[in-house]
Design a protein around this ligand. Structure first.
Ligand code: RIB
Length: 309
């Protein structure tokens, strides 16, 4: 598995990100004037695929898109980024879209995402790319498409001995069977709390939630903790990897996706988990210094420059 350009297979959704910047996030029932608007490329799966490709992975991406302008733009974006598209175009369905509000004072955001065509995926649909999953070094999936698709993809990865990563975002109720299929589970603190029913505010609480997830059968848990870094936990070791600061934070939208992708590439290169997490932290640390999601992801050269002592 040790190689510079590991094969990463990502399953998930694409969303056209409609990004509004305002002096603050609107409250429920309130209308406020935006100070800026852009349309960008998003969807956690697509963001992770693009980030992994820019970071040196040979990436294939399985998704559903609509037969519409957003879908055509997505396909062009993947071509430009060197992502091998395994997208299925679904007639009569829209491509996914997300409404994103960014608060420029903090870089924080609020997101509503509609999966569109990807919301119609069924477990059997991912069977058609079984051979591609089998030929990869790392399989990555999230939860913006139906959970059955994630479960089936993880089953295929396990069947073929491919290392698997589930980024449980957004957190939804999961079937018990999914946990033991995850070699690596990468929730943020909110998702770790929702998946375990435990409070996750302190480091000690994050470790307790990670241990509860290990008890469910997960191989390794990494809880991402924003400015506090990321906590690794398995049955033999627990450690914290600090964040990598690469400049002022302007937009955190793609940070979790960048971290997941960076970890996948590092793992595929044969790095120990601690090194893969540092690589992931550098990728995410650079992405938050730029606006947007997919387009904010750095190249391998940029990641290496930040990591250079
Ligand atoms: O993780 C960030 C992504 O979540 C955005 O790009 C948006 O499309 C939503 O899917």
């Amino acid at each position: 598995m040790q190689q510079d350009h590991p094969a990463i297979f990502v399953a998930g959704i694409y969303a056209a990100d409609l990004v509004f910047t305002a002096s603050r996030l609107p409250a429920p029932g309130e209308t406020i004037a935006a100070t800026g608007f852009t349309r960008g490329h998003g969807g956690k799966g697509s963001n992770q695929a693009v980030a992994a490709a820019r970071a040196g992975g040979r990436v294939s991406f399985f998704t559903f898109i609509g037969d519409d302008a957003f879908g055509q733009d997505a396909a062009q974006f993947w071509r430009d980024e060197g992502v091998h598209s395994k997208a299925v175009v679904v007639k009569g369905q829209a491509t996914g879209a997300a409404g994103i509000f960014v608060d420029p004072s903090t870089g924080g955001n609020a997101i509503t995402v509609f999966p569109g065509a990807s919301g119609t995926m069924q477990a059997a649909d991912i069977d058609r790319v079984e051979a591609d999953i089998a030929a990869s070094d790392v399989f990555v999936v999230q939860l913006e498409q139906p959970v059955e698709v994630a479960l089936r993809g993880l089953e295929l990865a396990r069947r073929h001995g491919v290392a698997s990563i589930l980024n449980p975002a957004p957190a939804v109720p999961l079937p018990d069977a999914i946990f033991a299929l995850c070699d690596y589970l990468l929730p943020n603190e909110t998702e770790a709390g929702l998946l375990t029913g435990l409070p996750v505010e302190t480091l000690e609480q994050a470790e307790a939630a990670a241990r509860a997830l290990l008890q469910k059968g997960v191989g390794n848990v990494i809880v991402t903790l924003g400015e506090r870094g990321a906590l690794f936990c398995n049955h033999t070791e627990t450690f914290l990897v600090p964040p990598v600061k690469a400049g002022a934070c302007v937009d955190t939208t793609g940070a979790g996706d960048g971290f997941t992708a960076g970890f996948a590439v590092g793992l595929g290169q044969g790095m120990p988990a601690r090194d893969a997490m540092r690589f992931a932290a550098a990728l995410a640390g650079i992405s938050v210094t730029r606006h947007g999601a997919g387009v904010s992801m750095p190249t391998l050269a940029e990641i290496r420059a930040v990591l250079r002592p």
